[in-house]
Design a binder for this molecule. Structure first.
Ligand code: NAD
Length: 275
């Protein structure tokens, strides 16, 4: 975060004031918790945040229109759209309304193409990038490793699989129809849990020497949180495991803010060229 604070300061000295728009429909507890964390960290490094709230029963055109207005707003550099959106919204259409330049969480088709082709087009989604960054930081090399990802969502499992494939890992993606989930986890060098089911993977899914990244985050007891992995059981067996809270979630927020700073810098360069 220190590095980001310096970059933010440098931009502000050039009269560029990095700003993120958050678009949230309804009041889902996990959205509110992520929003709170983003607001706190953004404030600590001088990034402005404007939260746009919509009703839980909002429609596709309403969200798309808001995104178009944000696209036009030169003071906003990045947009975070909380997903999943309510059932009343066609997310496919909404994602196309955002311009890739402001797509700091990699949700547009252009950003998706970047992730799937292994080229840097726009920004990759923050959570998969956070997983890769954590592996880099802790010296966990994906090249040649067997990695099992539990979850195939468009925001975590699938893009993460592509990013790790790009790093020469052999990737297995598991989902609700996977018959031998335990075996797929036990055979991996690295297990990444992103199923959205509290404590789905207990000690039986792990063996010695494995590294586990737990992406899941769920309310647990009074004011507590847990992941998709039973931390007590897995941590007693595996070589390393990311905690919940404080693991992938924290890095995801940092990656998001870094993307906002990059977007602000980039958009400022283009403006300079236009003038
Ligand atoms: P999702 O519900 O969209 O997708 C879950 C995936 O897991 C699906 O592909 C499903 O097939 C698979 N799955 C569900 N139950 C399974 C089971 N029993 N066995 C095998 N596969 C199963 O969820 P998502 O948006 O990808 O999020 C996953 C988790 O990560 C959630 O807990 C979410 O809150 C968390 N999350 C955390 C961050 C972060 O920054 N830490 C960011 C995004 C999501």
């Amino acid at each position: 975060m220190e590095r980001l604070a310096v970059k933010s300061q440098e931009l502000r000295e050039k009269r560029v004031f990095p700003k993120l728009a958050i678009v949230r429909a309804g009041e889902r507890p996990d959205d509110l918790s992520y929003e709170k964390s983003v607001l706190k960290k953004a404030d600590s490094i001088g990034i402005r945040v404007q939260v746009f709230t919509l009703a839980e029963n909002c429609g596709t055109e309403e969200v798309a229109m808001l995104l178009r207005l944000i696209n036009e707003d030169q003071n906003i550099h990045g947009t975070l759209l909380f997903s999943p959106m309510p059932k009343t919204v066609n997310e496919e259409i909404v994602r196309r309304a955002l311009i890739p330049e402001k797509d700091v969480d990699g949700i547009t088709p252009q950003s998706g193409y970047g992730v799937f082709s292994g080229r840097r087009i726009g920004f990759p989604p923050c959570t998969p990038e956070a997983c890769v960054r954590m592996m880099d930081y802790y010296g966990i090399e994906p090249d040649g490793k067997q990695i099992t990802i539990v979850g195939r969502s468009m925001v975590v499992g699938r893009p993460l699989a592509m990013m790790l494939l790009q790093r020469n890992a052999t990737v297995t993606i598991c989902h609700t129809h996977t018959k031998d989930l335990k075996e797929r986890c036990l055979e991996a060098d690295i297990v990444i849990a992103a199923a959205g089911v509290p404590k789905l993977l207990n000690g039986e899914y792990f063996r010695e020497g494995q590294v586990v990244l737990d992406v899941g985050i769920h309310p647990d007891g009074e004011n507590g949180f847990c992941g998709d992995v039973n931390y007590e059981e897995a941590s007693a067996i595996c070589a390393d495991i990311t905690p919940v809270p404080g693991g992938v979630g924290n890095v995801t927020t940092a990656v998001l803010l870094e993307h906002v700073l990059e977007a602000a810098e980039q958009q400022n360069k283009w403006r300079d060229l236009e003038e």
